[in-house]
Ligand binder design. Structure first.
Ligand code: C5P
Length: 229
């Protein structure tokens, strides 16, 4: 049986990708399946938390039981939903793969092949939702980020993760080890399994062995519950 160590807690989890409109029928986005975020939401609810799951674009997933699901598409929609739900949250876990950029202008009609074919798509940087939560500095609220990193011969995934944790300023960072050359079909992105490290702003690091996304979620909530006390 699972511990009920998140009873009475409100946690917010973001999942999936965000999609930015280019014209009425096209978007720019990514292939995040949402599986890790859904697993985080499901496990937190099983451990007694009130869960708000802010879901962007995902694979065709079964919504977790006993979770408040807020469906969003664009980064701006995700930002509003997360920031709003996070107001009274004890922890926010940003598992979503947020689009870093959006088209500067959205065409009002479908861009056609032909005379007015665009030669470039101009992009504007999206707001960093995680950074906004960290800047708010709500006392007692934990902020957890995710990062997919590939190692190279000079730096291992762990040292990239440490640097990102410091830069982002969050309390915990889950570093997914995305094998170099793993490509878009690597398990961390679309598959059922995941592995990596859980780094804490207190200097802690816990290895997350290859296993199910539910197992990884359990380790994340272990760390969150321990810090919430
Ligand atoms: O810097 P990077 O995009 O690798 O950071 C990833 C982390 O930041 C994830 O937790 C992701 O959900 C979050 N993020 C965000 N808003 C963005 C970009 C990333 O909240 N615009």
């Amino acid at each position: 049986t699972l511990p009920r160590d998140l009873e009475g807690r409100h946690v917010v989890v973001s999942a999936g990708g965000t999609a930015e409109p280019l014209d009425p029928v096209r978007t720019l986005g990514n292939r995040s399946s949402g599986r890790q975020g859904y697993a985080l939401a499901r496990v937190a609810a099983q451990r007694g938390a009130h869960v708000t799951l802010v879901a962007g674009t995902t694979a065709d997933l079964e919504p977790p039981a006993a979770v408040d699901l807020v469906a969003v598409r664009t980064t701006e929609e995700m930002r509003r939903a997360v920031v709003d739900a996070a107001k009274d949250a004890d922890a926010v876990v940003m598992a979503a793969a947020v689009a870093d950029f959006r088209p500067t202008a959205v065409a009002g009609f479908k861009i056609k092949k032909g005379d007015d074919e665009p030669t470039a798509i101009h992009l504007t940087r999206n707001p960093d939702i995680l950074a906004e939560l960290v800047t708010e500095q709500v006392p007692g609220r934990l902020v957890v980020g995710f990062a997919a990193e590939t190692g190279d011969e000079d730096h291992d995934v762990l040292s990239y993760g440490r640097a990102k944790l410091a830069r982002k300023g969050c309390d915990l960072l889950v570093v997914n080890a995305v094998g170099a050359g793993g490509g878009a079909h690597h398990s961390a992105f679309e598959g059922a399994d995941n592995e990596g490290w859980l780094l804490g702003s207190d200097g802690s690091s816990v290895q997350l062995p290859m296993g199910s996304k539910a197992a990884l979620a359990a380790r994340v909530w272990d760390a969150v519950a321990a810090r919430l006390g």
